[in-house]
Design a binder for this molecule. Structure first.
Ligand code: APR
Length: 312
């Protein structure tokens, strides 16, 4: 008899709540919403509200709130949003010292409680957080991945669709590199139902869209005083679902590089295939000279932050 999957969400804040809602609605498994003891009431309250929501929707999943690490034992998937989000005027990198301590603590607990989980890190600064989580746990690189590319690509796709006046469903685009101002929207592979985007949108408009994509998270922080949560949650759930259902989705994600693209011992956004084996493949695609230069700059920025994190 098949048992239900167990999904542990570390951090029951804005993204954590939306993750729980999506996972439950799609019946991906039973959900444990974990937070620090001071916030356990919030975690338990959201869990109860969501179970009642499931009763309305007619979905089967148990959702519980907890601050006890024993309750996440044996989780199949762990999604980490623990940490502080940005406030207006802050960059993702400004969160480093606070969130680094948090991710190290989370890593120590995952190591003993769910050593076989597929772990998706969402906390920022993303590339450093996912690097550190993998380092602390010693989990294989195939089982620890960072969510950024799905979100950044969705933002890019939306802006392109609006400019071209077409459905967002017909736009295919990928954003690679680090999850920061140096991210690399890859125009050479960007198509609208197979038509190269350069045939439909002028270079000036494309440049403006690339800029807006790079600042896409910041635009929302400025508007609402905290960071986005609906699209980040959907993006992480897309990745979790691909793992749990062995869908083998090809998505951009922060993956552990071991020589790919010329980088070792680094996490940055690259195209990967996610299936039952975790990150089953890292695809090495040919980039234009410009895109390669941008990726190099982005990798250097991530490396610099990883070096800084080693001193903290
Ligand atoms: N263990 C578990 N949860 C923790 C821990 C910890 N050690 N430390 C903090 N948290 C919890 C907070 O109590 C809070 O409930 O993480 C939650 C974060 O929720 P929000 O503040 O609402 O932040 P959110 O918008 O969900 O973003 C979380 O994801 O995208 C990134 O930049 C964002 O780093 C931020 C993270």
């Amino acid at each position: 008899m098949a048992r239900r999957n167990k999904i542990a969400l570390i951090g029951a804040g804005n993204i954590g709540g939306e993750l729980a809602a999506l996972a439950a609605r799609r019946e991906l498994g039973d959900v444990v919403l974990f937070d620090i003891p001071e916030k356990v009431g919030v975690a338990q309250g959201k869990a109860l509200d969501l179970e009642q929501n499931n009763a309305v929707l007619g979905a089967d999943a148990s959702i519980t709130g907890s601050s006890n690490w024993d309750d996440i034992a044996g989780a199949d998937v762990v999604i980490i949003t623990a940490g502080v989000p940005r406030k207006p005027g802050m960059s993702r990198d400004d969160l480093l010292s606070i969130n680094l301590k948090i991710i190290r603590g989370v890593g120590e607990n995952l190591k003993s409680k769910c050593p076989n989980a597929f772990v998706i890190v969402v906390s920022n600064p993303l590339d450093v957080m996912v690097y550190e989580l993998q380092r602390v746990t010693g989990f294989p690189g195939t089982k620890v991945v960072g969510m950024a590319g799905v979100l950044d690509s969705a933002r890019f796709q939306l802006f392109l669709a609006r400019e071209a006046g077409v459905s967002v469903k017909d736009v295919r685009a990928m954003v690679l590199g680090g999850h920061g101002d140096t991210m690399v929207p890859v125009i050479s592979y960007c198509t609208i139902n197979g038509i190269p985007v350069t045939q439909l949108i002028t270079p000036e408009k494309l440049a403006a869209i690339v800029d807006r994509t790079r600042g896409g998270g910041g635009e929302i922080v400025k508007l609402m005083g905290t960071s986005a949560y609906y699209a980040p949650a959907s993006s992480a759930i897309t990745m979790a679902e691909s793992y749990l259902k062995d869908q083998k989705r090809l998505v951009p994600a922060a993956a552990h590089l071991n020589g790919e693209y010329g980088y070792k011992d680094l996490y940055i956004g690259v195209p990967v295939v996610i299936g039952a084996g975790g990150v089953e493949k890292i695809l090495t695609i040919t980039l234009t000279a410009d895109e390669k230069a941008m990726l190099e700059k982005s990798a250097a920025a991530v490396r610099e932050l990883i070096d800084a994190s080693k001193k903290l």
